[in-house]
Design a protein around this ligand. Structure first.
Ligand code: AMP
Ligand code: MN
Ligand code: MN
Length: 328
């Protein structure tokens, strides 16, 4: 639950400034992008000048091209420092990477997020881990923040909710999630339009890459771990970009009886980004935090400090093995 005084404090920071910068996290997902665009549009309608961004690589995934408000987007290098910052879907300021400096110099910082490990880094913190998506917090507190939903912003926030709940299937889906979505549909949002753009919009190259990566999946029965790796050479061979691979981990988690699904992605600089998903009884958020990342109980991630995919796989195995041994 968010205290009304906190909403009032956020409203004060926002309403006192014409210029606002809205930032999301590194490698933004549907919630980050939908929240940025949705809230950006609402603030613009309320008379603010909005610049929206996220850290490099600043490459908006094509599947979100149908969302309105992309004119608000700026590369980090094109931002003009002005006014207050609103951080969306970031558990801590470090998730904004190089934009954290811009936030430090801003005239105020509002933190709106739903991660359980949020560090409350803002001057005002609208943080509620019961909310399925950051977009749902924006929706629920819009009136208190002095902004209003219209069809365009509703489309963005709806998309954010759909993606962060796995189309209303994950354990974060509650009655309030459907209530928010229902109101957006009443306003004119078409669920099928979102489905067609976000989930029926893959390239043939991506489809083939998925086949190749999944055919290399490994299952460790003792750990209940299913994993696969996406290497730089796979991306090159199939002609697929990193920002197309957000949902690839979902292909692994349909496996019967697994506890944890992990996708190891080799980044252009050779580091390995690990996407973790689990069933509700295994808390991988704290595991990811121990390895330098973070996230939710059942969806989390980190960038491994191990060198190379094989070492990162070993590191995760040890972490999971230690945990299950310790837990008896
Ligand atoms: P991803 O596997 O990249 O889709 O990330 C799943 C979730 O894990 C995200 O929603 C974030 O909450 C969290 N997450 C991923 N990477 C990191 C990281 N490096 N630091 C903190 N949280 C992360
Ligand atoms: Mn996110
Ligand atoms: Mn989110």
């Amino acid at each position: 639950m968010i205290d009304e005084r906190e909403t009032a404090r956020a409203a004060q920071i926002i309403s006192g400034r014409r210029e606002l910068m809205i930032f999301g996290h590194h490698f933004p997902d549907g919630d980050a992008i939908g929240s940025i665009l949705g809230m950006g549009l609402m603030l613009e309608k309320a008379g603010h000048r909005v610049q929206a961004s996220w850290p490099e690589p600043f490459e908006p995934p094509e599947k979100y091209d149908f969302l309105p408000g992309r004119r608000l987007l700026r590369r980090p290098s094109e931002l003009q420092q002005s006014g207050a910052v609103i951080a969306l879907d970031c558990a801590n300021a470090g998730r904004m990477e190089e934009l954290e400096q811009v936030a430090d110099l801003a005239e105020g910082l509002v933190n709106i997020d739903h991660h359980p490990d949020n560090s409350m880094f803002g001057d005002a913190n609208l943080v509620d881990h019961q909310c399925a998506a950051t977009a749902q917090i924006i929706y629920e507190h819009a009136t208190g923040l002095g902004i209003r939903l219209d069809l365009d912003s509703a489309l963005c926030l709806y998309t954010a909710i759909v993606t962060d709940t796995g189309r209303f299937q994950y354990s974060n889906t509650r009655a309030g999630t459907f209530e928010a979505a229902a109101e957006m549909v009443r306003m004119g949002v078409e669920p099928n339009l979102v489905f067609a753009n976000v989930f029926q919009n893959d390239s043939l190259a991506y489809l083939r890459l998925t086949g190749s990566i999944l055919s290399g999946a490994v299952y460790d029965d003792d750990l209940g771990l299913v994993y696969a790796a996406l290497r730089r050479e796979d991306m090159k061979r199939f002609g697929v970009a990193m920002n197309e691979t957000e949902d690839l981990v979902d292909g692994l988690r349909t496996l019967r009886a697994h506890r944890v699904a992990a996708l190891f992605k080799e980044l252009p600089d050779g580091k390995v980004r690990v996407s973790l998903r689990s069933r509700a009884d295994t808390d991988i958020g704290s595991l990811a935090r121990r390895l330098g990342g973070g996230g939710h109980r059942v969806a989390a991630g980190y960038t491994s400090s191990a060198s190379g995919v094989d070492a990162a796989v070993q590191e995760l195995r040890e972490e999971l093995g230690g945990r299950s041994a310790g837990a008896g």
